[in-house]
Design a protein around this ligand. Sequence first.
Ligand code: NAD
Length: 276
Amino acid sequence: MEIKGKTVIVTGAARGIGRGIAAAFAREGANIVLADLGTMADKSAGDWNYALAAEADLANAERDIKAHGGETLAIEVDVSDRASCHNLVAKAVEAFGGVDVIVNNAGIIQTGPLVGFAERDWDRIFAVNVKGIFLLSQAALPHLMQNGGVIINIASVAGKRGFAHMSAYCASKFAAIGLTQSMAAELAEHAIRVNAICPGNVDTAMWFDHLSKSERQRHLHSTNTVDETFKSVIDATVPLGREQRPEDMADAALYLARAENVTGISLTVAGGFMMN
Ligand code: NAD
């Protein structure tokens, strides 16, 4: 797919990996729809164990990405809500006349031992990380079916291997990969390609505001700073010895958008931390 002039919806785009992917597509001349919780982050949808992106984050992302040129529009969405996903697609179509690419990136995590894991947290993780992909993709399909299109789901290395204290998150990411493969098989006849990206350890709020705390508790790095904890995990587990960055995921997303003969894969971008 030629990216210039195409309309790309990126969810969870106010910060982190989503913001990096949106910026990369903007630099290639795409029309960008930045979708995130916005004002909903301050209400019930944002009530989570670490702060999700706020209204100001979405506004900042919109301002910064506009500077890359092309058209950029921020729209609030809760991907776990069907009506909200339909509203997002309708506004994107109204602004740009169609939808060509969706990047289902919005995601949340909660770690902890299975024995005390809250049912509410399990449901919320699945509502965002799995149902969110289903709802937004379904809402956009009538438009993607018109000219063919691309769906990119952000899964995780945690979708390829289980990790202790990460049952809900791992299960949701395994589900995201299964959903990716099923969608790829089903939608190929409409010239819609569906792939996933499996990031390793990325220096975002998800890592620094949540994973570093659980790592410190579990591995008794309690005197380490958040940065030291992150670095010690990278040093111990990543053959290339470097963390992943949103820009690495953006490279993978651009590749998958362009790769006309690739569908159904889950592309690991993890510095060798995982090799499948
Ligand atoms: P992040 O917390 O910085 O970004 C996630 C974004 O999703 C936030 O802006 C948040 O506001 C948004 N979001 C959450 N719930 C939402 C909802 N219901 N509707 C709309 N938006 C919502 O984290 P990140 O690291 O940038 O994560 C992006 C994706 O990458 C996630 O799917 C995550 O699971 C995945 N991932 C991250 C890592 C990592 O190491 N950071 C590793 C593997 C996979």
